[in-house]
Design a protein. Structure first.
Length: 367
C-alpha cells in the first residue's frame, strides 16, 4: 500500500526570528546613530555657547579685513585662538543668518569669550573704537602733524586750506588713510558752517561764509574761555560796523609764524611791520583764517549778542575786561599793567593785585 507523502511544516518561526533580528539591528543602529547625533549636537552646542579657548592674555585683538568671506573670517578667528572650531563657527553663522551681516574691522575679544558672543559681536559691528581730538584754534598744518603722529593711521596728506576743518573728536579706524580722515573733518566743517550761515543774524557786516570763518578764527585765538566768545565776537562786529580796524594781536602772530606760538610778547617792530595779516595796519579782515575755529566760535560771529563793546583786555583772572569807551578801556589797560608789574616783582615783595595766569590780550591802541 502506497504511503501518502508527508508535507514538511513551514519554517515560519525561523523567518520571523530573522526578521526580528534585522529589525532589532536597524532600531539599534538608528538609536545609536541618534545618540551619536545627539551627542554631536550637544558637543557642538557646548562649543558654540560654552567658554571659548583660554589665553595667556586677558584679550585678543583680531582685524577682519574688508571684503573677507565667511571662511576667511572663521579661519582668522580660529588662527588667533578666539574660537576652537572654524567649521562650527561657519555652521552657526549660516544657521543663525549672521553670515549675511558680518562686519569688518578691529575687534578685541576677552579670553574664553563664547563663540556665540564672538559671532554676535561681529554681527553687531562692536569694533574697537579709536579717537583723535583736534583742539579748537589749531592751524591746518598742526592738524596734519597730529594725524601724522598717530600710528593707527596710514598714508600722507597735504595740509588743507586754513580754516577748512572742524575741530572736534573723531572716531578713526586702524589703517584708515589720513587723507580720508581730513576729508571727514572738511565735510563736517562744511555741514556746520552751512547750517549756522542759514540761521545767521540779519544785518551782520559779514558778506560770505568764508568771511565768517575768518572772523571766527580771530575770535577763537583771542580767548581761551568759551563763555567769552560771544562778547569777543560782538567787539569785532561792532568795530567792523564802525569801520574800525580789528587790531588783533593773534593776526600779527599769524603773519609772522603762520600760527606758531611766539613764546614771548609781540615787539614794537613786529607791531609796526606791514603784513597782510597785521590788522593794526590793514583795514578789514585778514585775507584768510588764522586757524581752524570751532563750532562755538562760528556760532558766536554769526549770532553775536547786542553790546556796545569796542575794546577788551586781559583782566588777570584768565578772562578779559570789556569796554564800550576808550576811557574805560584805558582804565582796564592800566589795571592789567599793574597786575603785570606785580607778577614781575620779586617774590618777597607784596603784590598790588593778586591774580591768576593771564589770557591773550588784544589791541590797546586808540581807534
Amino acid at each position: 500500500m502506497a504511503r501518502t507523502p508527508r508535507s514538511r511544516p513551514a519554517k515560519t518561526g525561523a523567518g520571523v526570528s530573522a526578521l526580528r533580528r534585522l529589525l532589532v539591528t536597524l532600531v539599534s543602529a538608528a538609536v545609536t546613530f541618534s545618540l551619536v547625533l545627539a551627542l554631536a549636537g550637544l558637543w557642538a552646542l557646548w562649543m558654540y555657547q560654552g567658554p571659548g579657548p583660554a589665553s595667556e592674555q586677558d584679550s585678543t585683538t583680531v582685524i577682519l579685513r574688508r571684503g573677507a568671506g565667511l571662511p576667511e573670517i572663521a579661519s582668522t578667528l580660529e588662527g588667533a585662538g578666539v574660537i576652537s572650531s572654524a567649521p562650527i563657527f561657519l555652521a552657526a553663522a549660516q544657521v543663525t543668518g549672521a553670515a549675511r551681516s558680518l562686519k569688518a574691522g578691529e575687534y578685541e575679544f576677552a579670553a574664553r569669550r563664547p563663540m556665540a558672543g564672538v559671532l554676535d559681536d561681529i554681527r553687531a559691528g562692536r569694533v574697537v573704537r579709536h579717537f583723535v581730538t583736534i583742539p579748537e584754534g589749531v592751524t591746518s598744518e598742526m592738524v596734519v602733524e597730529i594725524l601724522a603722529a598717530n600710528p593707527l593711521l596710514s598714508g600722507v596728506a597735504p595740509a588743507p586750506p586754513e580754516g577748512a576743518l572742524l575741530p572736534e573728536t573723531y572716531q578713526i579706524e586702524r589703517g584708515e588713510d589720513r587723507a580720508a580722515v581730513l576729508q571727514r573733518m572738511m565735510d563736517a566743517h562744511d555741514e556746520v558752517l552751512a547750517l549756522l550761515w542759514s540761521k545767521r543774524q540779519p544785518g551782520l557786516p559779514i558778506q560770505s561764509p568764508q568771511e565768517a570763518v575768518i572772523l571766527a578764527s580771530v575770535v577763537e585765538k583771542e580767548t581761551a574761555l568759551g563763555s567769552e566768545r560771544p562778547q569777543v565776537a560782538s567787539v569785532f562786529v561792532n568795530r567792523m560796523r564802525r569801520g574800525m580796524r580789528l587790531e588783533s594781536d593773534p593776526t600779527i602772530i599769524y603773519g609772522l609764524t603762520k600760527g606758531r606760538a611766539l613764546g614771548r610778547g609781540i615787539r614794537l617792530s613786529e607791531l609796526n611791520r606791514l603784513t597782510p595779516y597785521n590788522t593794526y595796519m590793514v583795514d578789514g579782515l585778514p585775507p584768510t583764517p588764522i586757524c581752524n575755529p570751532g563750532r562755538a566760535a562760528l556760532a558766536a560771529v554769526l549770532d553775536p549778542p547786542q553790546t556796545d563793546y569796542l575794546f577788551f583786555v586781559a583782566d588777570g583772572s584768565g578772562g578779559h575786561a570789556f569796554a564800550a569807551t576808550y576811557d574805560e578801556h584805558r582804565r582796564n589797560v592800566e589795571r592789567w599793567r599793574r597786575i603785570e608789574r606785580a607778577r614781575s616783582a620779586p617774590t618777597d615783595a607784596p603784590a598790588e593785585i593778586p591774580a591768576e595766569a593771564p589770557a591773550d590780550t588784544t589791541a590797546t591802541a586808540e581807534p
